[in-house]
Design a protein around this ligand. Structure first.
Ligand SMILES: Cc1cc2nc3c(=O)[nH]c(=O)nc-3n(C[C@H](O)[C@H](O)[C@H](O)COP(=O)(O)OP(=O)(O)OC[C@H]3O[C@@H](n4cnc5c(N)ncnc54)[C@H](O)[C@@H]3O)c2cc1C
Ligand code: FES
Length: 264
């Protein structure tokens, strides 16, 4: 069940100059959340910025009721949030999203992430590993300075491939190319992905070509977050000019089957 609460900020870590990891006490959200869910945060009591900001759940510490999320400072909202100090009460609604990652029926799973899109993939990988799945993770960054969470992802995977576009750290190239090799060797039953749109388009195409089930988490811009404003609409694969058809990422997603959506 979705809950609105003031959650105490009990730990704050600066991972990069503009990237922060927050740990908050939110036992009910932690109890109810699934991999792929997100939360919405009200960053200010002032009129501006008024809308809540959607942020993915990074980690659920079920034992201690602690929820962790990681965010990049993009604009006014995340800038204000980044200034919160330990002990602050963070205004959160969650868990949100009806479309979550569903990995249960696959044994050999591939998790593909790019840049800050890797955040919602951690809880997925951790849960799948705990459930005895063979977890293959492929994460890519533009260069060495942007690499993060390597040891965290290594710990919860059977195999981790980390790439940089320019080869300044670890493997050179795009993470999806390493995934494709493993698909061609018959090692992958399903793909789960989140990241920049060009990467999502590429993995959608690859999965359809290879006939492999694939679930994508979309991070469309949102306004209401409640399914009423159409601010987060994504076209369905069946949509045509004559009969346009959309889903709301905030309600139907953020995770969709790759073959059901049109992100071209
Ligand atoms: C379901 C979902 C999960 C998300 N999870 C995370 C997360 O775990 N960590 C994280 O850092 N960010 C995440 N985002 C993106 C995050 O919500 C936005 O970066 C944030 O709302 C920006 O707010 P702001 O007030 O700082 O910036 P604004 O002033 O609102 O915008 C500043 C800049 O950011 C761009 N922007 C705004 N929203 C988005 C968006 N959704 N995607 C890409 N660019 C955007 C704007 O175009 C503008 O250029 C997620 C978004 C969605 C929809
Ligand atoms: S953000 Fe308003 S419908 Fe999704």
């Amino acid at each position: 069940m979705t809950e609105l609460l003031l959650a105490e900020l009990i730990n704050k870590q600066q991972l990069k100059s503009d990237i922060f990891k927050f740990s908050v006490k939110a036992p009910n959200i932690v109890k109810n959340a699934k991999p792929g869910n997100f939360i919405e945060i009200r960053v200010s009591e002032q009129v501006e910025p008024f809308l809540r900001r959607p942020i993915s759940i990074y980690n659920l510490d079920k034992e201690n009721g602690i929820l962790e999320f990681i965010f990049q400072v993009k604009g006014k909202g995340t800038e204000i949030l980044s200034k919160a100090e330990i002990g602050a009460q963070i205004d959160i609604v969650g868990p949100l999203g009806n479309g979550t990652f569903k990995y249960e029926s696959y044994q050999n799973i591939a998790i593909l992430g790019g840049g800050i899109g890797i955040f919602p993939l951690y809880e997925l990988a951790k849960s799948a590993k705990n459930d005895g799945k063979n977890v293959n993770i492929y994460i890519g960054f533009r260069n060495k300075d942007l690499v993060m969470l390597e040891s965290e992802f290594k710990e919860i995977s059977n195999k981790l491939v980390l790439t940089t576009d320019d080869g300044s750290y670890s493997q050179k190239g795009f993470a999806i190319d390493y995934l494709e090799k493993d698909i061609n060797n018959g090692k992958i039953d399903a793909i789960f992905s989140c990241g920049p749109l060009p990467m999502l388009k590429a993995v959608q195409k690859l999965a359809i070509e290879k006939n492999i089930p694939c679930q994508l988490s979309l991070e469309e811009k949102m306004a209401c977050g409640l399914g009423v404003c159409l601010g987060c609409a994504v076209k369905t694969a069946k949509s045509t000019i004559e009969n346009p058809e959309y889903w709301h990422v905030c309600k139907g997603g953020p995770v969709f089957n790759a073959k059901d959506i049109d992100i071209s």
